[in-house]
Write a protein that binds this ligand. Structure first.
Ligand code: NAI
Ligand code: MG
Length: 535
């Protein structure tokens, strides 16, 4: 019964959270971390059911080598082995891509096409993703390390949904007529900016692609997208499908490469009219500065977080534990909105700790291509080392290590599901974004206190609230300074729901109707009325 009721809280088939429902079933397959041998991660990696066909830069509808001829390896997080060598874009390639996007905007068909035609192409693209969803999910798992079942059952359906959603918007974008105080006919035109530069991270390569490319193209912009150096594969694959769906050359250009080279060239380019970025707050500040110092292009930023997940005294503990576990450990903990401060009321705290520990010990870690695996490896050695360093800091600062704390296996970038209790607000693990499978549990006494503590951070991306009390839910929803409050649910990511940050978690909103304003500028057209008396 308890499980069913939790499932009903996570009921949409189009939400990433849907995966937790499926994994809830698999959790009973786990046999405790002490008993599932490290051999799980040491077994020969399963051969991914997909081939790598696209490794070059996509400029003006063609796959081309980089101007320098350089390549970089993209690695399998399960082993650290090379999957493929990828053309490495740099400033010259960004120049070529921006020129192609400029031409496609100024002279080419995209903004001149009817909005309905643009919508049709985006719908055909969504159909092609659906047709090839198995290969796409496999590429995403291979390059990123996330469980295949999660990619296939949650992310790819959401990717399809996002493009259908934005296709639906393409022919519904229009201005207003404005009642001015005077004899004027006034109207507004909602027009695309031109060339949108977009920089995305590696944690959800395809969802970030859709959040960026979808609204930009629906609004009639053209795009230069710089993918994350850790995960270049899936964007190249799907962009090929986009062209098969009828996307004209130059409308969407995809550059693989590194941040300080290709990314910086895009952010500071004088002919890029709009910039959108998702990643760390630190890099967000850098790209915002570059945009300001070049041509003052407007910037949308979706940055880091340290989101509270608040478990109130009336909570059903079993459900709260499961949801808090999901809120933190989903996607190997690599979520900008991860519920990384689990704040639990003192009356239920001890039971919550015991059960959270037991749940973490049951978490199934292993080859992400293996059925039933809930947690794969972290993305790369840098993140792996960073997370292990935070675990050491947590132990050193006096937090109680309840489970995990070490790498999992001896190969690749797997980390044991780690739970700390007795975490205090001033500890580094309670303040900084760990971006890994490390849950920090803190205790609170009353609502006023938890509001103040939850808000005492530079970040303001999201929050989870677990309570049956409607007044507590409403009070917390209004008091928390964050862009999303999930009440008795978490990580609900439907295409129509806006997402973005308060404070240093970012500027602007992605998804939903609000995302369109990132890619549109408003022109006022004013015409005098010669004979207002006749109207
Ligand atoms: P990052 O913010 O440095 O990288 C994100 C994107 O920005 C990548 O495409 C990267 O190539 C690009 N980039 C990096 N430096 C740049 C520069 N100087 N100019 C232009 N573009 C640049 O994130 P990174 O290094 O992968 O991870 C560091 C930390 O950031 C993580 O540990 C995590 O805490 C956070 N992060 C947050 C994400 C989110 O969804 N908000 C996603 C990824 C990382
Ligand atoms: Mg970085």
């Amino acid at each position: 019964m308890a499980t069913r009721r939790l499932s009903s809280l996570l009921s949409s088939s189009y939400v990433v959270a849907a995966s937790s429902r499926s994994f809830g079933r698999y959790s009973s397959w786990g046999r405790g971390i002490n008993r599932f041998s490290t051999a799980v991660a040491l077994e020969e990696p399963i051969t991914p059911p997909v081939q790598i066909n696209y490794t070059k830069l996509l400029i003006n509808g063609q796959f081309v080598d980089s101007a320098s001829g350089k390549t970089f390896p993209t690695l399998d997080p399960r082993t650290g082995d090379v999957i493929a060598h990828i053309a490495e874009g740099d400033a010259e390639d960004i120049n070529r891509a921006v020129s192609a996007a400029r031409k496609a905007f100024d002279e080419g068909p995209w903004p001149k096409m009817t909005a309905y035609e643009r919508s049709r192409i985006m719908l055909r693209f969504a159909d092609l993703i659906e047709k090839h969803s198995d290969e796409i999910a496999a590429l995403e798992t291979w390059d990123n390390g996330k469980p295949y079942e999660q990619a296939a059952k949650a992310e790819i359906p959401l990717l399809i949904r996002l493009f259908r959603y934005y296709a639906g918007w393409a022919d519904k974008i229009h201005g207003l007529t404005v009642p001015a105080d005077g004899p004027y006919h006034v109207q507004t035109l909602h027009e695309p900016f031109g060339v949108a530069g977009q920089i995305i991270p590696w944690n959800f390569p395809l969802l970030m692609y859709a959040w960026k490319v979808g609204p930009a193209l629906a609004c009639g912009n053209t795009v230069v997208l710089k993918t994350a150096e850790q995960t270049p594969l899936s964007a190249l694959y799907v962009s090929k499908l986009f062209h098969e769906a009828g996307l004209p050359p130059g409308v969407l250009n995809v550059i693989s490469g590194f941040g300080p080279t290709a990314g910086a060239a895009l952010a500071s380019h004088m002919d890029v009219d709009k910039l959108a970025f998702t990643g760390s707050t630190e890099t967000g500040k850098i790209v915002l500065g570059m945009a300001a110092r070049s041509n003052l292009k407007p910037v949308t930023l979706e940055l880091g977080g340290k989101s509270p997940f608040i478990v109130c005294e009336d909570a059903d503990i079993d459900k709260a534990v499961e949801l808090a576990h999901f809120a933190l450990f989903f996607n190997q903990g690599q979520c900008c909105c991860a519920g990384s401060r689990t704040l639990v009321h003192e009356r239920v705290y001890d039971e919550f700790i015991e059960k959270s520990k037991a749940r973490a010990l049951k978490r199934v870690v292993g080859d992400p291509f293996k059925k039933g695996v809930e947690q794969g490896p972290q993305i790369d050695s840098e993140q792996f080392e960073k997370i292990l360093k935070y675990i050491k800091i947590g132990i050193g600062s006096g937090a109680t290590l309840e489970s995990g704390g070490e790498r999992f296996g001896s190969k690749g970038y797997y980390i044991q599901p780690t739970v700390f209790s007795n975490v205090q607000d001033d500890m580094v693990i309670a303040k900084e974004e760990i971006f890994g499978p490390v849950q920090s549990i803190l205790k609170f006494k009353d609502l006023g206190e938890v509001i103040q503590r939850a808000n005492a951070t530079r970040y303001g991306l999201a929050a989870g609230v677990f309570t049956q009390n409607i007044d507590t839910a409403n009070t917390l929803a209004r008091a928390l300074k964050v862009g999303t409050v999930w009440i008795n649910c978490f990580d609900i990511f439907d295409a129509a729901i806006p997402f973005g940050g308060y404070k240093m978690s970012g500027h602007g909103r992605e998804k939903g109707i609000y995302s369109l304003s990132n890619y549109l500028q408003v022109k006022a057209v004013v015409t005098p009325l010669k004979n207002p008396a006749w109207l």
